[in-house]
Ligand binder design. Structure first.
Ligand code: EPZ
Length: 433
């Protein structure tokens, strides 16, 4: 690539320019949960009626899921933060490669497609920046429910043998509490013949939200939010009108924005039980946090080092490991952060080091020695949450930080810079796509 081409590529890359050192004040509004809305959308394949989802965040991932469902014959209509999805004309059980490859969550459709159509052809979602993202548990569970599953040329082919093409209830023990596998198998089980028990199920709030929608559609689901979920299959499901829970990861990101700028903010709506581990760690680090029934207020003055180990819910969430590391890079003392969920979710360490963070790596553990001030620099977001972590670091750094990787950021945060600027940040989006 010639120098000119390199220069133009750098100059034209969309990026956020973050001016550091400003205190924040006021109130931040949390949007609907991306990781709930995506799977709730897939549930539309289970009914011929319309499901109406409210509080749906305006994110590129949501748009991509809508395109994926439309390619299968669903009708998807967006009215502000309301999505109306109607599955009366599902005419395909083959999800297109280019749509699944761009959005891992679309693999969830294999469960409802099998339940509805008795067959499904879904490309393997493939890996991403943070790990190989296998779907072994999803496939194992579908087989336990009577599906014949083969994987050829990167495509998962599943079919339910027999005249009825109806899955049958089964007992499934997940080797790991996979969120996606739990959600996929719940959706497969709601129309199956008989009872399905999922042991070692994921307990994330998004799993509980899916159970809430399925029950509103007439499904018989109990135990969501515990390690054992029981589903008794029914003949058909009807439509529903359902509100998506607030995004706990966005809320946690906002709490960290207050902490890293040593500010006081109110963040709403927040369901405290969804953020228990995060709030506990922030209080351990010296923040004062109060819940007022709808939102939380946070006040941060001095931040002390704390140790973090990411775990499945209700443990500390892997999605907030990178944003929390940005905070701890400015804390008093040395923090030990261990990433236990994904095998490659520490790439933001190198970017924080470019900003003067003192971090030493040992396997999946980062030893973060807090420094008085980070210094603004051009940095690259390497995945959705790492991009958010770089914006947070920029808020606290001396000078200007330019953050590239907005193609990741915009997948999970709606209007992040607008929301932060409304409470005193100074962030501008340049070379917007
Ligand atoms: C969901 O991904 C979320 N995505 C992720 O959020 C989140 O980080 C993750 O759960 C963990 O909480 C959505 O909900 C769309 P997993 P998912 O299956 O379902 C291993 C974000 O930033 N595993 O619970 O793909 C896997 O390799 C995204 O919003 C197996 O080993 O996560 C990983 O190490 C990133 N075998 C761990 O489990 C399997 O068959 C957790 O994966 C399946 C998973």
């Amino acid at each position: 690539m010639t120098v000119t081409a390199v220069r133009s590529k750098v100059i034209l890359t969309p990026q956020l320019e973050v001016c550091g050192g400003r205190q924040l004040s006021g109130e931040l509004t949390v949007s609907g949960a991306k990781n709930s809305a995506l799977v709730l959308m897939a549930a539309c394949l289970l009914s011929r009626d319309t499901i109406r989802l409210r509080n749906v965040p305006p994110l590129t991932d949501i748009t991509a899921m809508g395109e994926m469902l439309s390619s299968l014959g669903a009708r998807v209509v967006r009215l502000g933060d309301v999505l109306e999805l109607t599955g009366d004309r599902i005419n395909s059980s083959a999800a297109p490669y280019e749509l699944v490859n761009s959005l891992r969550a679309s693999f969830f459709c294999i469960g409802p497609l099998l339940a509805r159509m008795g067959m499904a052809r879904v490309p393997l979602p493939g890996g991403c920046q943070i790990g190989t993202r296998p779907v072994v548990e999803h496939v194992k569970g579908l087989k336990a429910m009577g599906a014949r599953v083969t994987i050829e040329h990167g495509v998962v082919n599943a079919v339910v043998p027999g005249r009825s093409h109806r899955l049958k209830g089964g007992r499934i023990h997940l080797d790991c509490p996979s969120v996606g596998a739990t959600e996929t198998l719940m959706m497969a089980a709601v129309l199956a013949d008989g009872e399905t028990v999922i042991d070692n199920a994921a307990q994330e709030p998004e799993v509980v939200d899916l159970a809430g929608l399925l029950i509103a559609m007439g499904a018989r689901v109990r135990g969501a939010g515990t390690p054992t979920i029981t589903v008794v299959g029914v003949e058909r499901l009807h439509g529903a009108d359902y509100a998506v829970i607030p995004d706990r990861i966005e809320a946690g990101t906002f709490l960290l924005a207050a902490a890293i700028t040593r500010s006081a903010l109110r963040i709403t709506p927040v369901i405290p039980e969804h953020l228990g581990a995060v709030i506990t760690k922030l209080e351990e680090a010296g923040c004062r946090i109060e819940h007022d029934g709808i939102g939380v207020t946070i006040e941060a003055k001095q931040i002390d080092a704390v140790d973090l180990r990411t775990q499945p819910f209700p443990g500390f969430p892997t999605d907030l490991q990178a944003p929390f590391m940005s905070l701890l890079a400015t804390a008093r003392g040395t923090s030990v952060i261990t990433e236990n969920i994904f095998e490659n979710r520490l790439q933001h360490v190198a970017e924080l080091q470019r900003m003067g963070a003192a971090i030493r790596m040992q396997g999946n553990t980062a030893f973060v020695e807090g420094v008085a001030r980070l210094s603004g620099a051009p940095v690259q977001g390497t995945d959705l949450r790492a991009s958010a972590a770089m914006v947070l670091a920029g808020l606290a750094a001396d000078g200007i930080t330019t953050v590239r990787g907005l193609e990741y950021l915009d997948r999970g945060y709606a209007f992040l810079e607008d929301k932060l600027n409304a409470v005193g940040a100074q962030i501008s989006r340049i070379n917007a796509a």
